[in-house]
Write a protein that binds this ligand. Structure first.
Ligand code: CP
Length: 305
């Protein structure tokens, strides 16, 4: 793999290899990326994705160039195109981590970049590395992914990480999805078509309370005001909130995951529930991103003029 722009690029075997490497990196870091430079180019806000990639690079001995608010502090302000910025960054770094508000931005960047580009979220398109860490969390916490019943809750129409995860789940066996949302936020048809084609069975419902009792994994999502009208956001936020009694109604061994940030959709008193793993998930993400950087960068000599 050179660029990572969408999760359809993975096979079952490449996922197994990545997760095995992530597991080994949980126990022992190395400095195999000494001398390599990661550039994080973020045109949208981020806490986890940017910091975890940067921390992952530093833990592997590499260095980091960062612009955390490219819309205000890069030459984007002067009207420079994304393509020109990528061409320029090719002279400074060995890999680019790109977050951008436009769907397809990472593909555009990858098309003209000689160094690898990793999609760190492109509009309402995909967020591949979040989905990788979501899946890794399920494997680490439950011991396997095959045969898992997962409920994805809330914001299915706009949530790029849930879209990326759906593509990954198509690589596994005997997966059942319960898609919980209000009618206007249903999963888009392209994903439903993909799920059917890859034998992932699913049901659509607006009843989270019932789903919580039945599933192995609850994947809670945030209502994203950045993609919604004010009216839509005001009407839909608060529809699906995980309270402590609801968490207590889950099966033994079932887990609650969330990409974070949360803005009220999981109550704070759920945090010490045995089902709550969303902060552990952040740590798993760090290991997955280290594994990804090693996989993509090891063996590459860096800048190719
Ligand atoms: N989960 C996630 O993408 O978080 P950030 O927006 O903080 O990077």
């Amino acid at each position: 793999m050179h660029h990572l722009t969408r999760t359809q690029q993975f096979t079952r075997s490449s996922l197994d290899q990545l997760f095995a490497l992530a597991g080994s990196l949980e126990k022992q870091h190395d400095d195999s990326l000494r001398g390599k430079i990661l550039a994080s180019l973020f045109y949208e806000p981020s806490t986890r994705t940017r910091f975890s990639f940067e921390s992952a690079m530093m833990r592997l001995g590499g260095n980091v160039l960062t612009v955390e608010n490219a819309r205000e502090s890069s030459s984007d302000v002067k009207g420079e195109t994304l393509e020109d910025t990528i061409r320029v960054m090719n002279h400074y770094a060995d890999i680019i981590i790109l977050r951008h508000p436009e769907e397809g931005a990472a593909e555009r960047a990858a098309k003209i970049s000689r160094i690898p580009v990793i999609n760190a979220g492109d509009g309402t398109g995909q967020h591949p590395t979040q989905a990788l860490l979501d899946l890794y969390t399920i494997e680490r916490e439950r011991g396997k992914i095959d045969g898992t019943h997962i409920a994805i809750v809330g914001n299915l129409k706009y949530y790029r990480a849930a879209r990326s995860l759906s593509y990954l789940l198509g690589k596994f066996n005997n997966i059942h999805l319960t898609l919980v949302s209000s009618p206007e936020l249903r999963m888009r048809d392209d994903i439903k078509t993909y799920l059917k084609k890859h034998d992932v069975t699913f049901e659509e419902t607006d009843n989270m309370e019932d789903a919580m009792k039945r599933v192995d994994v609850i994947y809670q999502t945030r209502m994203q005001k950045e993609w919604m009208s004010e009216e839509e956001y005001a009407r839909l936020r608060g529809r699906y909130i995980i309270t402590r009694p609801l968490a207590d109604s889950m099966k033994e061994g079932a887990i609650i995951i969330h990409p974070l940030p949360r803005v009220g959709e999981i109550m704070a008193d759920v945090d010490d529930s045995p089902h709550a793993v969303y902060f552990k998930q952040v740590g798993y993400g760090h290991s997955v991103r280290m594994a990804l950087l090693k996989t993509i960068l090891n063996g590459k000599s860096g800048r190719r003029d």
